[in-house]
Design a binder for this molecule. Structure first.
Ligand SMILES: C[S@@+](CC[C@H](N)C(=O)[O-])C[C@H]1O[C@@H](n2cnc3c(N)ncnc32)[C@H](O)[C@@H]1O
Length: 308
């Protein structure tokens, strides 16, 4: 008798399903089926799931299968791989992406921005070598902490009242995290990630039903355009070219071929002397002729005479 079926009664497939799902995910995934998912995910996103990720894939897809009342990964694959199932593929990607992030993650890079890059931009504007216009892109922005960190820093150093026109693009492949990012509401526990002056200047403390939450001020939210964008597909953003791009802790999920393609696309959308920031585990050695390393995770798009 299947688990959950009451004696003397026809097994209720839904009841059966529920009871099975109350246990930890036990979805079986043969190596051949894993390879099919691996290929599908790679073609969609450029993310390469190594074969050690079998349990991760089962665990991440478990909830989605339950929502759809599909009991096997084989049936799910048959559905999600149909050409007309773009929306389902987006949901699958939502489930498998890793979205860990925080405000001021890798603070050294923000120090570099404030103490080296910002003064350079200010000086260029003063001597008329650049317009008072800045564009930045957070590529793989997750739930928004990275672009909001950038927007708060930019707002503190390049005031609109002084004529600065500052805008950010923030993109991710996952709709789930983009929704969070657009809302700009975070648990109060995250306040420790922000320096006091930015916390007080740019965050609102929630009250009544929003007790325990904080919200990014609307003037900061308005600086950012959040959009879904798959970095694996070449696309030029309307805000390009960018003075700086943050693409951190995203490239680690790609194999070399996709990484190379993504880096080339980022590089094309940087201005000359624009900066590219990557994650601490992401090295771009031999990935590009145009990017010159300034520090281990910070690159500049150098003019021809500056390369070498
Ligand atoms: C670990 S988070 C990093 C967030 C932030 N950049 C940081 O460093 O804190 C990686 C993000 O990259 C996104 N991502 C993964 N593959 C992507 C792709 N092909 N195109 C766009 N975003 C992608 C994921 O959805 C996830 O939100």
């Amino acid at each position: 008798m299947p688990a959950g079926a009451a004696p003397g009664r026809e097994p209720n497939p839904l009841y059966d399903l529920e009871s099975r799902y109350e246990r930890p995910p036990q979805l079986s995934l043969s190596p051949a089926l894993f390879q099919k998912f691996q290929k599908l995910i790679y073609e969609e996103t450029g993310i390469w799931l190594g074969s050690s990720k079998t349990a991760l894939l089962c665990g991440r897809l478990f909830r989605r299968l339950r929502e759809l009342e599909i009991t096997s990964l084989k049936n799910y694959y048959e559905r999600v791989s149909q050409p007309d199932q773009e929306e389902e593929r987006a949901r699958m990607i939502d489930a498998i992406t890793t979205n860990e992030t925080r405000f001021f993650r890798e603070p050294r890079q923000f120090d570099f921005l404030v103490h080296t890059v910002f003064p350079r931009w200010q000086a260029e504007a003063i001597r008329g070598a650049r317009p008072k216009r800045l564009r930045m892109w957070s590529a793989g922005c997750s739930s928004g902490e990275e672009p909001y960190t950038l927007a708060m820093l930019l707002a503190s150093h390049f005031a609109a009242e002084e004529g600065w026109d500052v805008r950010l693009a923030a993109t991710d492949i996952s709709n789930r995290v983009l929704e969070k990012a657009r809302r700009g509401i975070y648990p109060m526990a995250k306040q420790t990630e922000l320096p006091q002056h930015l916390l007080h200047g740019f965050m609102l403390r929630g009250a009544v039903e929003h007790e325990g939450e904080m919200k990014v001020r609307v003037e900061i939210q308005r600086m950012i355009e959040f959009r879904r964008l798959n970095l694996n597909q070449e696309a030029r953003l309307p805000e390009a070219p960018f003075d700086a791009i943050f693409c951190r802790n995203v490239l680690i999920y790609f194999d070399n071929a996709s990484k190379q393609r993504v880096v080339a696309n980022l590089e094309r959308q940087l201005t000359l002397n624009g900066f590219l920031f990557v994650g601490h585990a992401e090295n771009l050695t031999n990935m590009s002729n145009e990017l010159r390393s300034l520090e281990s995770t910070i690159y500049i798009k150098a003019g021809k005479e500056e390369r070498r």
